[in-house]
Design a protein around this ligand. Structure first.
Ligand code: ADP
Ligand code: MG
Length: 265
C-alpha cells in the first residue's frame, strides 16, 4: 500500500506555462466532471470555491470522490470537463512546477524516492526554490527541524524509505511539507497511518501550519475537522451540503447523521 518510486519524477513544463511570482490561493472548481479508466462518473458537474487562507474539509462516505477532488488541484489527474482556477488562472496555463511548488500534499499513501528520508525532504525544498541554498545549510535546517520533532523522527532520518513502516513514511511526508512551506496544503488523511499519540501531536502542528494558508483537508474522525472554516459534504451524487460545523450539525443532512454516529461510538 505504500510505494517507493525509483526515480525523481521529471517535472515537464509546457513551453508557454506561467510561473506565478506569489500565489494567494484562491481556488475555483467549475462544473468538474471526472472518471477514471474503467470507472466513469466519479465526479459529475462539481463546483465550489475556496477563498485564499480558508480551511475547507471534505467529508463523506468512502469512495465518494474526496481524494479525487483534491488530486485534480496539483494535476495528478485532469478533469474530463470543467475548469479549475488558481488565483483566477486556469491551472492548465500554470507550469506544473509552479503548481506543485505551491501545493504541499500529504496523502494516505506516501510516495518516497529511493534514497534516505533526508534526501526525500531535501528534494521537496529544492522544488520550493531553495536550490541556491547551500546543500550543507539545507541539510542543517532539515536536521534542526527533525530534532525538534516530539516523536523521535531523528532516529530514522538517515534510513532509506523501504525499511520504514507506513506511519514513519507518513511522518517524513509531513516533515517534507513543513520544510517546503507551501501556501496551499492538501491533507488527505494525512495522519491516518500514525499511532494515536503521535497523531495528536502532529495534528496540532498541522492545525498551526494551516492557519492563514489555503487548506483542503480530508479526515475520517470528524472531531479533527470541526474547526474548519467550511465543511463540504461529498456523496456519490456530488456535493450534498456545505457550511460550518455548527450549522451542519444541527441540520438534518448527512453530516449531522455522520457526526452523531461517530459521537456515539
Ligand atoms: P474517497 O476519497 O472519497 O474515498 P476516491 O476519490 O478515492 O474516494 O475514489 C472515488 C471513486 O473512484 C471510488 O469508487 C474509487 O474506487 C475510484 N478510484 C479511485 N482511484 C482510482 C483509480 N486510480 N483508478 C480507478 N478508480 C479509482
Ligand atoms: Mg480518499
Amino acid at each position: 500500500y505504500l510505494e517507493i518510486i525509483d526515480e525523481v519524477p521529471d517535472i515537464r513544463e509546457a513551453p508557454d506555462a506561467i510561473n506565478l511570482p506569489s500565489v494567494r490561493g484562491d481556488i475555483h472548481y467549475k462544473n468538474i466532471t471526472f472518471g477514471y479508466e474503467g470507472h466513469a462518473n466519479v465526479l459529475s458537474n462539481v463546483s465550489f470555491s475556496i477563498r485564499a487562507g480558508e480551511t475547507v474539509a471534505f467529508v463523506g462516505p468512502s469512495g465518494a470522490g474526496k481524494s479525487t477532488i483534491c488530486s485534480l488541484l496539483p494535476r495528478f489527474y485532469d478533469p474530463g470537463q470543467g475548469v479549475i482556477t488558481l488565483d483566477g488562472i486556469d491551472i492548465k496555463d500554470l507550469s506544473l512546477n509552479c503548481l506543485r511548488t505551491n501545493i504541499g500534499v500529504v496523502q494516505q499513501d506516501v510516495f518516497l524516492f529511493s534514497g534516505t528520508l533526508r534526501d526525500n525532504i531535501a528534494y521537496g525544498m529544492l522544488n520550493a526554490g531553495e536550490a541556491e541554498i547551500w546543500e550543507a545549510a539545507r541539510r542543517a535546517r532539515i536536521d534542526d527541524f527533525i530534532r525538534s520533532q516530539p516523536d523521535g523522527l531523528d532516529t530514522v532520518i538517515g534510513e532509506r524509505g523501504v525499511k520504514l513502516s507506513g506511519g514513519q513514511k507518513q511522518r517524513v511526508a509531513i516533515a517534507r511539507m513543513f520544510l517546503k512551506n507551501p501556501p496551499i496544503l492538501i491533507l488527505d488523511e494525512a495522519t491516518s497511518a500514525l499511532d494515536t499519540e503521535t497523531e495528536l501531536l502532529i495534528q496540532q502542528s498541522l492545525d498551526e501550519l494551516s492557519k492563514g494558508r489555503t487548506t483542503l483537508i480530508i479526515a475520517h474522525r470528524l472531531a479533527t475537522i470541526k474547526n474548519a472554516d467550511r465543511i463540504i459534504v461529498v456523496t456519490d451524487k456530488g456535493i450534498s451540503e456545505q457550511g460550518h460545523h455548527n450549522e451542519l450539525v444541527t441540520g438534518n443532512g448527512l453530516y449531522s447523521r455522520l457526526y452523531t454516529a461517530q459521537f456515539r461510538s
